[in-house]
Design a protein around this ligand. Structure first.
Ligand code: NAP
Length: 246
């Protein structure tokens, strides 16, 4: 089957899971648009890795939580690429600000939801019209085990990721007829800056596989969902957690 997809936008592509996804999609032949918010050196490292993988890439810096900035950046890309469109969107940007609810500052509640959940809205809104019009697209949302199970100390993060999962299921039904699929990936503990300060040895004891996952393992799953081979999978949440929760 011919691959119609050419351009993939990965939010939070400068580091961790997003970086691994950029490289994997480059290996799959996509031209990769690498989004980040602050870490320019790491975004440039990702771009170099995309090019080393034999594809083309470009960096598109914007804060996914800022609706106008997101719309402006993606509209600007669209205007600069007439006849092309972003056929794969990976909503990966996210942060965590863990705290018990009783201690949680209002700002930490909003920041986590603004980036993960409103970021999903801002980026998807800007890309989905082209996918629908062209009758082909892949939207892949990086959720979390926290969004399925709920994790104490992560009420904000669990709410954001749970919201993404529900939005994935709703949007999938809206646009399935246009051959646009919408799926979520729910990782457990994956090695990245986000998890670097966690007590890994302790936590690994709870994981049936006895270890944290690697960003490349998540990227392999995203690669499949982004491909033509996943055409009949939509509205799904796929766990990737070493058996920790299902
Ligand atoms: P990470 O290493 O901390 O990387 C976070 C990425 O998000 C960076 O590229 C960062 O850009 C970007 N980002 C943060 N805020 C942004 C904003 N407002 N606008 C645009 N980009 C922004 O995290 P990670 O572990 O790879 O996590 C990636 C995703 O997987 C997140 O959604 C996270 O919730 C999810 N996840 C992670 C795990 C895990 O165990 N690691 C488990 C489940 C789910 P800068 O470099 O510019 O800061």
């Amino acid at each position: 089957m011919e691959t119609k997809a050419k351009y993939a936008l990965v939010t939070g592509g400068s580091r961790g899971i997003g970086k691994a996804i950029c490289i994997r999609l480059a290996q799959d032949g996509f031209k990769v648009i690498i989004n980040y918010v602050s870490n320019t050196a790491e975004a440039e490292n990702t771009l170099a890795a995309v090019q080393a993988a034999g594809s083309e890439g470009e960096i598109l810096r914007f804060n996914v939580a800022d609706a106008q900035a997101t719309q402006d950046a993606i509209s600007g890309w669209q205007a600069a690429h007439p006849g092309e469109y972003i056929s794969v969107l990976v909503n990966c940007a996210g942060i965590r600000k863990d705290n018990l609810m009783i201690m949680m500052p209002e700002d930490d509640w909003h920041k986590v939801l603004d980036i993960a959940l409103n970021g999903f809205y801002n980026c998807t809104k800007a890309c989905v019209r082209d996918m629908i019009t062209k009758r082909y697209g892949r939207i892949i949302n990086i959720a979390s085990l926290s969004g399925l199970k709920g994790v104490p100390g992560q009420t904000n993060y669990s709410a954001a990721k749970g919201g993404i999962i529900a939005a994935t299921k709703a949007l999938a039904q809206e646009i399935a007829k246009r051959k646009v699929t919408v799926n979520a990936v729910a990782p457990g503990f994956i090695h990245s800056d986000m998890t670097s300060e966690l007590p890994e040895a302790e936590l690994a004891k709870m994981i049936p596989m006895g270890r944290f996952g690697e960003p490349e393992e998540v990227a392999d799953l995203v690669s499949f969902l982004a491909s033509d081979r996943a055409a009949y999978i939509t509205g799904e949440v796929i766990n990737i957690n070493g058996g920790l929760y299902s």
